[in-house]
Ligand binder design. Structure first.
Ligand SMILES: [Zn+2]
Ligand SMILES: [Zn+2]
Length: 343
């Protein structure tokens, strides 16, 4: 079968013919992939610009961690039926480290990343542990189910930021994770969701299609001035960052109310310079979020099922897997927002 693989610690990805997934062992399933998204982190790994060195010992491998499909073969005790429609939590806990033994699989110190340190979804089939599968509601189609992973990241960021009914929330970054955060903040009851980005017309268009009207382009002037103009000079309650640019956290802090929470969700290659005097006097709470708990996946599936079409505008391009490199270039040049590949 055709697979899109990272073969070397250098720029690029390669297509390769690889054997079909081996029969599932006990507790495993083989999933036939119907839709797989290209993530911002996939693009970073494609460009190989730093931050993904942890992949090197496991190369070559098939990438792809935002996918959904049908259970094709089941190992003994998998608990799934053939043809079950599933989305995939792209992390595999080791099962025996102290965190796993304490029933905190999310804190596993030796976990593998599907599509990052073991084979993922840029292929027709992938073998994974059955416990990574999450049932997809009947009214949610496969391309929307492939959004569950980034939506889970967004939902987890909103939970980490403790967004409350009536809050004014600022989201930094207009890409898929920023969009997911904005959608989940709105569902959490935020009264106003302001989204900031830099000269990013294609993704601003997506945000408008998702119903967000308060969009700040920092290419037009300082973030603080523009946000304060929108709020009538009132600082925001929560800032949620999805840019990967450390200085954007400083911008976010400049509009955050006293005692407010700022959540970093981006993957940052550079260090943050934090003026601590202001930070302390303002009692600002800086938190980090990464991935999503299983319970958060369940919440995402419930929201997808409640109103599937509300999420569809996030997908801007659909391509067959065989044109995957084109998809990566579209994403890399920021001509596309979310590209979905169909193996
Ligand atoms: Zn991702
Ligand atoms: Zn573990």
């Amino acid at each position: 079968m055709l697979a899109l693989r990272k073969t070397a610690a250098a720029f690029g990805l390669e297509f390769a013919e690889v054997p079909e997934a081996p029969p599932p062992g006990p507790g495993d399933v083989v999933v036939e992939v119907d839709a797989v998204g290209i993530c911002g982190s996939d693009v970073h790994a494609y460009e190989w610009t730093g931050g993904y060195e942890f992949m090197t010992p496991n190369l070559p491998l098939t990438m792809g961690h935002e996918f959904a499909g049908r259970v094709w073969r089941t190992g003994t005790g998998s608990g799934w039926q053939n043809q079950a429609r599933v989305a995939v939590i792209p992390f595999v806990a080791c099962g025996h480290c102290p965190s796993c033994r304490a029933d905190e699989a999310r804190n596993c110190t030796q976990r593998q990343g599907i599509g990052l340190t073991r084979d993922g979804g840029f292929a027709r089939q992938v073998r994974i542990p059955a416990r990574c599968c999450v049932a997809v509601p009947d009214n949610v189609d496969m391309e929307l189910a492939a959004l569950a992973e980034p939506l889970g990241v967004g939902a987890e960021a909103v939970l980490t930021g403790e967004v409350r009914l009536g809050d004014t929330v600022l989201v930094l970054g207009p890409g898929t994770i920023g969009q997911a955060i904005a959608l989940m903040a709105r569902l959490a009851g935020a009264a106003r969701v302001i989204v900031a980005g830099r000269a990013d017309a294609p993704r601003f268009d997506v945000l408008r299609a998702l119903g967000f009207t308060e969009i700040v382009d920092v290419a037009d002037g300082p973030l603080r001035d523009q946000v304060m103009a929108l709020t009538g000079g009132r600082p925001v309650d929560v800032v949620l960052e999805a840019t990967g640019v450390p200085a954007s956290l400083n911008d976010g802090l400049s509009v955050l109310r006293k005692g407010g929470i700022i959540v970093a969700a981006g993957i940052h290659a550079d260090a943050l310079t934090l003026p601590l005097t202001d930070f302390v006097r303002q009692r600002h709470q800086l938190r980090a979020t990464h991935g999503a708990a299983r319970r958060t996946w369940d919440r995402v599936m419930a929201q997808l099922s409640r109103d599937p079409e509300a999420f569809r505008p996030m997908i801007t391009h659909r391509l067959p897997l065989s044109r995957g490199l084109e998809g990566f270039e579209l994403a890399r040049q920021r001509a596309a927002s979310k590209v979905i590949l169909t193996p």
